[in-house]
Design a protein around this ligand. Structure first.
Ligand code: GDP
Length: 602
């Protein structure tokens, strides 16, 4: 087959593209590319997504400069094709208005992050004229009096840097400022340092809450000293980080902390947004609600979101049917930094997905559909492990693949499940393939797909709907229900281990020493031995050791005699004659007998 020659031309390929996509771009025969890659030592099918390195490797081979386009670039281009862009305020400086800071609480486990968020939320419940008990919508706002003026702060309700980092990994900038909680009775701990690094990486300012000062053993000054070493120098020491001693439990100094947040934001950041444009924002949490359908909590970043707007959030779209605030009250519109729970989407978006108000439902649907298609192929690339020439043999003989379909109650749990499953360490002999995932009940479509591809369905906090169970039974599809992620992971891990070929371990059973050699014309060399420990067996495997070196490790005792009798085994203290499968033996050689025992995988 003739190989194409790109003569150095540049081509752009999407991350997760297949050889067929590549071939189409350069007008070549896909089979030629499969062949070329095969010659480079990798076997893939034309339609499988391949890694970025593979695309580039192949490109280099046939003289194309391959540029793999990142999902972010691709999304930007997608939006541009609809004359949209995400992330910039429209208009001039005059159109910008101040907006509240959005704050994440980070710090080591048990240092009081959750307690602090609760305490702030509770002061808020008493205050605001709306009043009422806050609902978990993933974020809330609170007020604080600073220099005689009332200021608002938005808090993300999920403490910890995992959520924060997960969102950032998707290119979402959800947070303006971090509160680092450090327990005064404990000090700087590993996750404290991690949190500092995450804040630095995101380039956001930090306010330090030195917590638990109600405790007698609290040593707030020690904390200041420790954090100085990590570049957080307290203002009182001449640095620019504000430290506030608080007790989340007793409610001490909470206002001072909030004031510090506002002052730090004012000093370090210019938080403005144009409130008069089509809203843009970020989804922070989403799930499927029994009565309401998909609900997504979003923080508006610029513009104003209104009931009735056509929106696209990640690969979901719809029209804002209803918006609720953190008190569960209906709101008609939400401006910059305001968290609201949105109803009316057709699906459940992921945390960190961006929200855009678009012209009409048609545009929203088109953008969502293109993102969905792209996500699918990217996922495919991610869940498929590469087959290389080295293991081509075993792949051809038998592929041990466990196909899975994941269903869960919200995008976060499905993602968490998928990530943990793909993290399971397994041998190359077995692969885990996640062929589909989604939010919501197990449907008949899921079962049909599972049946067609021998997949197991993992249902996390969801059940089967309609005729799905019936069909699963009829088709023999295994649907497994879990309510705890680690149980699911544990079982899959077990299943994978069960699929692995057994491992054998050599276990020594005894030893003998060669004392004399006898030649027999009929049977060759006979070793006259003394069994020194344990037992040796006829047909048993042995290692032969000479002067401390193993000469062979897989010889066999072909015949075993005690005096004139053939015996099956012989124990320590007895003499015997052996014929070994290894001919080149000498007096003084040690015979180590062993068995191969199957050991369970751990
Ligand atoms: P997280 O893991 O950082 O979210 O920590 P939590 O908020 O769950 O708090 C861990 C423990 O510390 C809980 O038992 C809290 O009641 C306790 N705690 C939190 N803040 C304070 C405080 O200011 N003083 C005291 N004495 N205990 C606190």
């Amino acid at each position: 087959m003739r190989l194409p020659d790109g003569k150095g031309a540049s081509i752009r390929l999407r991350r997760g593209a297949s050889l067929a996509d590549f071939a189409e771009k350069i007008n070549a025969d896909p089979a030629a590319l499969v062949q070329a890659l095969f010659n480079l030592g990798e076997m893939v099918t034309a339609t499988a997504s391949v890694s970025e390195e593979t695309l580039q490797l192949l490109g280099a081979e046939i003289n194309y400069d391959v540029q793999v386009v990142s999902p972010e670039d691709e999304d930007r281009e997608l939006l541009e094709s609809f004359d949209l862009q995400f992330g910039d305020d429209e208009g001039t400086a005059e159109d910008l208005a101040k907006r509240p800071p959005v704050v994440t609480v980070m710090g080591h486990v048990d240092h009081g992050k959750t307690r602090l968020l609760d305490t702030i939320r509770r002061t808020n419940e008493g205050a605001g004229e709306a009043g009422g008990i806050t609902q978990g919508i993933g974020a809330y706002q609170t007020q604080v009096d600073v220099d005689g003026g009332e200021r608002v702060i938005t808090f993300l309700d999920t403490p910890g840097h995992e959520a924060f980092t997960a969102m950032r990994a998707r290119g979402a900038k959800s947070t303006d400022l971090a509160i680092l909680v450090v327990a005064a009775d404990d000090g700087v701990m590993p996750q404290t340092v991690e949190a500092i690094n995450h804040a630095k990486a995101a380039d956001i300012p930090v306010v330090v809450a030195v917590n638990k000062i109600d405790k007698p053993e609290a040593a707030p000054d020690k904390i200041r000293g420790q954090l100085t070493e990590y570049g957080l120098v307290p203002e009182e020491y001449g640095g620019d980080t504000m430290f506030v001693d608080i007790s989340a439990k007793a409610g001490t100094n909470i206002d001072a902390l909030l004031e510090a947040v506002v002052l730090t934001a004012d000093a370090a950041l210019e938080l403005t947004a144009n409130p008069d444009m089509d809203a843009q924002g970020v989804s922070i949490e989403a799930h499927l609600d029994r009565g309401r359908g998909p609900v997504a909590s979003v923080i508006v970043q610029r513009g104003t979101l209104r009931v009735g707007d056509s929106i696209v959030v990640g690969d979901s779209f719809g029209r804002v049917r209803r918006m609720l605030d953190e008190f569960g009250h209906d709101v008609e519109e939400a401006g910059p930094s305001r968290p609201v729970q949105v109803q009316g989407l057709n699906g459940v978006p992921g945390a960190g997905d961006n929200l855009l108000v678009v012209e009409d439902d048609r545009v929203a649907r088109q953008i969502a559909a293109q993102r969905d298609a792209r996500k699918r192929s990217a996922m495919q690339a991610k869940s498929r492990k590469r087959v290389s020439l080295e293991d081509l043999d075993s792949v051809l003989k038998e592929t041990s693949t466990l196909n899975l379909i994941l269903k869960g109650d919200n995008a976060g749990s499905v993602e968490a499940l998928e990530d943990s499953l793909l993290d399971i360490e397994i041998d190359d002999e077995v692969q885990l393939n996640i062929i589909d995932r989604g939010v919501g009940a197990v449907t008949q479509t899921n079962v049909t797909l599972a049946a067609a591809s021998d997949a197991v369905i993992i249902a996390f906090n969801v059940r089967a709907e309609g005729k799905a169970t019936e069909e699963a039974n009829a088709e023999g599809v295994d649907v497994r229900y879990y309510t705890v992620i680690y149980r699911a992971i544990e079982e899959i891990e077990q299943a994978l281990k069960g699929m692995l070929k057994p491992i054998y371990e050599e276990r020594d059973t005894g030893g003998a020493e060669i004392r004399a050699l006898f030649k027999s014309s009929a049977i060759g060399t006979i070793a006259g031995c003394m069994v020194t420990d344990g037992k040796v067996k006829r047909n048993g495997k042995v290692r032969i050791v000479r002067d401390g070196n193993v000469i062979t490790s897989d010889a066999k005792i072909q015949s075993l005699r005690h005096e004139k009798d053939d015996v099956n085994e012989i124990s320590a203290g007895y003499e015997c004659g052996m014929v070994l499968s290894y001919p080149d033996i000498q007096v003084g050689d040690l015979i180590q007998a062993y068995e191969e025992v199957e050991v369970p995988r751990t």
